[in-house]
Design a protein around this ligand. Structure first.
Ligand code: FAD
Ligand code: NAG
Length: 354
């Protein structure tokens, strides 16, 4: 029997996290990541990954998912709580990874009914998160509800690079290559080996996959907490500090099926102006901002949420799917990777002693 191996397609946060868990579970199995784009060796601002490589363009912060809504959100709530535990440990033990705990605040003009039922002391981000409903006088003039709690933020290029470096240091392999199909990964893996599909959205034709364009501005000024202001018209303003002195992400847009990959000047103007109006304790005038970079990314959104599934595409060719993270790929990453590992174990079954 040939030496067992696993190929993970994709080096976004989903593929990197799944590869990390697979490597822990199967230390003696050759694990290879194949991806068209991978985290850059430096965190230089001149690196320009494509808008399709969503993981390079995220904020990223953790905004908890309220547990009492749809089954999909209940499931994602669980993934998010699980991921939060691991992210907090990384923040404590590996400050170089670019993850840090931080206070969080949210304002809503038209809060969902389940939020209105929450009270101070409830668990939102994790047990002991200091959740508190804001008093009326603490809210901006046109906000109806708000809360504060403890959360975490991620400096995404630093974090992805850190995940990949650890994977490499433990003997993992990374191949930079664009595949024309996930099936092509069996050329690298060999038949009867396992291929994990964490390609985000660029391979194949899953009709449930759509893109949601996001434009944000990275500014040099460093805010001290993450804050989100959601208006009734569906627009929102947010600030996400990048740990380790990475500046602050001023955001942002959510534009379904908008394929413009260049930043729009008028969007940048609007985001900065709205930031000044919404968060008066940050930067006082638009002119004061030191803009480091305009960001445009395509969130790999999938109707109904992630696809976690085992699929045999031909005899000897089994794929574990793990894609469709949408706008929460970081917040859910460790939960999603756990799900992928579960499916991989199912496939490898008897071979798991490898
Ligand atoms: C503006 C913005 C803000 C966001 N904020 C947050 C946030 O605050 N919190 C949060 O959790 N998430 C946030 N997200 C969402 C997050 O970025 C995504 O959910 C996450 O990055 C998805 O990761 P992924 O690994 O599934 O996909 P991707 O990062 O897109 O990775 C896909 C991988 O597959 C590879 N690939 C694709 N096609 C091929 C091919 N044909 N051959 C070989 N390789 C291929 C790519 O090269 C890449 O390596 C935000 C996104 C945007 C755009
Ligand atoms: C793999 O993932 C992509 C999303 O990038 C999806 O469209 C495709 O159906 C999946 N499966 C295969 C076999 O490519």
């Amino acid at each position: 029997m040939p030496r067992a191996s696993i190929v993970v397609v994709g080096a976004g946060v989903t593929g990197l996290t799944a590869a990390t868990l697979l490597q822990q579970e199967y230390p003696n199995v050759a694990i290879t990541i194949v991806a068209a784009e991978t985290p850059m060796p430096s965190t230089s601002l001149n690196d320009t990954p494509s808008a399709d490589y969503a993981s390079m363009w995220a904020g990223a912060h953790y905004r908890p998912i309220h547990p009492l809504t749809t089954p999909q959100l209940q499931f994602e709530h669980k993934l998010g709580m699980h991921a939060a535990g691991i992210m907090r440990r990384i923040a404590r033990e590996n400050p170089e990874a670019g993850v840090a705990e931080m206070p969080a605040m949210e304002y809503f003009q038209k809060p969902a009914p389940e939020l209105l039922r929450m009270t101070t002391g409830d668990v939102y981000a994790w047990p002991g998160d200091g959740f508190r409903v804001l008093e009326k006088h603490e809210l901006p003039r046109d906000a109806a509800w708000g809360c504060e709690y403890q959360s975490y933020c991620i400096n995404v290029p630093v974090y992805c690079r850190w995940l990949m470096d650890r994977f490499l240091a433990k003997g993992g392999r990374v191949i930079r290559r664009r595949l024309s199909s996930v099936g092509e990964a069996f050329v690298v893996a060999g038949e009867d080996q396992l291929v994990v599909n964490c390609s985000g959205r660029n391979i194949g034709t899953d009709p449930k996959v759509k893109i949601i364009r996001g434009q944000t501005v990275l500014v040099k000024q460093q805010y001290h907490r993450t804050i989100t202001w959601q208006r009734a018209d569906g627009t929102w303003a947010f600030l996400i500090p990048r740990p380790n002195g990475g500046g602050t992400i001023v955001g942002g847009t959510k534009e379904l099926d908008d394929w413009e990959s260049a930043p729009r000047d008028e969007t940048r103007e609007r985001l900065l102006r709205r930031c000044v109006e919404s968060f008066p304790d940050f930067v006082k005038t638009v002119e004061e901002f030191v803009v480091l970079k305009d960001n445009v990314g395509r969130r790999p959104w999938r109707e109904g949420g992630y696809r976690f599934e085992i699929e045999q595409i031909a005899p000897g060719k089994t794929i574990v799917h793990g894609y469709g993270a949408g706008g929460r790929g970081y917040e859910l990453s460790w939960g999603a990777a756990g799900k992928i590992l579960e499916l991989a174990k199912e496939v490898l079954g008897g071979k798991a002693k490898l």
